[in-house]
Design a protein around this ligand. Structure first.
Ligand SMILES: Cc1cc2nc3c(=O)[nH]c(=O)nc-3n(C[C@H](O)[C@H](O)[C@H](O)COP(=O)(O)OP(=O)(O)OC[C@H]3O[C@@H](n4cnc5c(N)ncnc54)[C@H](O)[C@@H]3O)c2cc1C
Length: 494
């Protein structure tokens, strides 16, 4: 029996999973049925929280993604030429206060290069055809492109195998939810006449359905448009002339599409798997949740699933922690987040596709006022950027000190500091106020679990224990080091 992990699927989620495990020195094998990688753009938005979490991986990963993408800082909501609302993303407390527009194919290529630098190469043309698990591990059967069958054994398996997930099917898990009754089209185009600079989105609301323009680069945009109620087959995507007519009718005017890079059409599914974990088998990404592309959260939520699971698996498989609560926490933490993302993207879709003319009039009249309210704007920014994702009900949450952040909340990275959870071992970080002092030497905190470099906080008081993924594990008042020690020891380290 090895202590390695089999990752099924080398899309963005499988690649992120492999990268996190590899840098935490867990042996991984990553296989994918595809024989060559897709070159289409697909998901085009990377949100700040994903960049914060990927930066922990090291090697300047997020900086490289940022250097290759287009930073968008403003979301405009329009009705014809009238601007109903303007939401600025620059207010969010993050080193990455923007939406990064980058084709999924480029994101995958950069993840792949970083993974290969760590000595892991995804095996393409290798399909999972079956598996069984026992108390000790997972036995999987693989089929190679040349027809060869291989039996392999691992400590755990992660199904990052997409919306039609064979792993999920094999586990017999339900994937409850709905298919919305409308068809959509999207495409990437070269265009001119856009009335906004290249760092601004435009969502055009219209009685026929919305049209959304995402700036990929100067003069190059992703257009997503509702096509109306579904019939039997998914409607084919419009031609260039069709997209042009659609923008002429719904857009602010003056936009001219020049040539098509790529188009597709789709239906929106809103579904979530009943359990993210069955024993030693885990599900992440589209295998666990699919939803409307409104808000562009799909790929981001999936990569954050991977980040959440990787440090817990690494601690357990490397024998640094033994508490069952670690792996048990993956399902409740990420299922709650997935449900919120499905609800949010569904609300945005329904708001943008209101059929009733009176409801539309009210929406358009009320929107400037409501979005003008600072708390509403803050809530929208937080949800879109995923910087308000947190784990209030996590079984890993320790005590919260009434004067500070609550356990489960995100602790924003501090510019210029090493990110929480960086390095080759997942360690918790201590952040202490000026009057909290340092841990008494006699306490002997479990060194494998906690970074020896205690970080000062000149403004706050008290002691914060921060998880390797940058969420607050627990917080206590000055001097309560015993509580920190017993939290860490409860995770099962010596
Ligand atoms: C046409 C299109 C447009 C999209 N547009 C957007 C968008 O605008 N915004 C957005 O947020 N999202 C968009 N998405 C969704 C986004 O691409 C997904 O959320 C994202 O790819 C999920 O990543 P994943 O790694 O979970 O799954 P996937 O990228 O689907 O990867 C799963 C991998 O598993 C492999 N696999 C499956 N079965 C097996 C098996 N038995 N053995 C081995 N390997 C297997 C597959 O070959 C695949 O490579 C789009 C998707 C598509 C298809």
């Amino acid at each position: 029996m090895t202590d390695s992990v089999l990752i099924v699927g080398a899309g963005p989620v499988g690649l992120a999973m492999a990268l996190e495990l590899a840098r935490y020195r867990v042996p991984v094998r990553i296989v994918d049925a595809m024989t060559e990688r897709s070159t289409t753009s697909r998901a085009v938005a990377i949100w700040p929280r994903t960049l914060e979490l990927l930066e922990r991986t090291g090697g300047g990963l997020s900086d490289e993604l940022v250097a290759r993408g287009n930073k968008v800082t403003v979301v405009n909501i329009l009705s014809g030429p009238t601007r109903l609302a303007r939401v600025e993303l620059g207010d969010v407390d993050t080193p990455y206060p923007f939406a990064l527009m980058l084709p999924q194919s480029v994101t995958e290529r950069i993840l792949l290069e970083h993974l290969e630098r760590r000595g892991v190469r995804p095996e393409l043309g290798v399909s999972l055809t079956g598996f069984a698990q026992d108390d000790e591990g997972v036995s999987a059967t693989l089929r190679h492109a040349d027809g060869r069958r291989e039996d392999t054994r691992h400590s755990a398996m992660v199904g990052c195998d997409g919306a039609h997930s064979p792993v999920r099917h094999h586990l017999g898990l339900s994937f409850e939810g709905d298919t919305l009754g409308s068809d959509w089209a999207q495409g990437d185009f070269h265009l001119s006449g856009m009335p906004f600079p290249v760092d601004e989105f435009a969502t055009c609301l219209h009685a026929d359905g919305p049209a959304v323009l995402f700036p990929l680069a100067p003069g190059r945009y992703r257009v997503i448009a509702g096509l109306g109620p579904s019939t039997d087959e998914v409607a084919p995507p419009p031609t260039l002339a069709g997209f042009q007519a659609l923008l002429d009718r719904r857009g602010p005017g003056g936009i001219v599409l020049h040539d098509t890079l790529w188009t597709t059409s789709f239906r929106i599914n809103e579904r979530q798997v009943e359990r993210y974990r069955v024993g030693r088998v885990f599900l992440a990404g589209d295998a666990a949740h699919v939803h409307s592309p409104a808000g562009g959260q799909g790929m981001n939520t999936g990569m954050q699933d991977a980040v959440n699971l990787a440090w817990k698996l690494a601690l357990v498989l490397r024998g640094l922690a033994t508490s069952p609560r670690l792996l048990d926490s993956y399902d409740p933490e990420r299922r709650a987040v997935g449900a919120e993302v499905i609800a949010l993207s569904g609300r945005l879709t329904r708001l943008a596709t209101l059929k009733n003319p009176i409801a539309r009039q009210i929406r358009n009249a009320v929107m400037p006022f409501v979005i003008g309210l600072a708390p509403v704007r803050g809530a929208i920014e937080g949800a879109l950027t995923e910087t308000t994702v947190h784990y209030p009900e996590s079984p890993l949450n320790g005590v919260s000190w009434e004067a500070g952040r609550r356990a489960g909340e995100r602790v924003p990275p501090v510019a210029g500091e090493t990110p929480y959870g960086a390095g080759d071992t997942p360690r918790f970080t201590l952040r202490v106020g000026a009057s909290a002092g340092t841990p008494p030497p006699a306490l002997r905190l479990p060194g494998d679990l906690v970074d020896p470099g205690v970080r000062p906080d000149p403004v706050a008081s008290g002691i914060e224990l921060i998880r390797p993924d940058g969420y607050l594990a627990m917080a206590v008042a000055d001097g309560e080091w015993d509580q920190v020690n017993s939290y860490l020891r409860r995770l099962g380290a010596g």
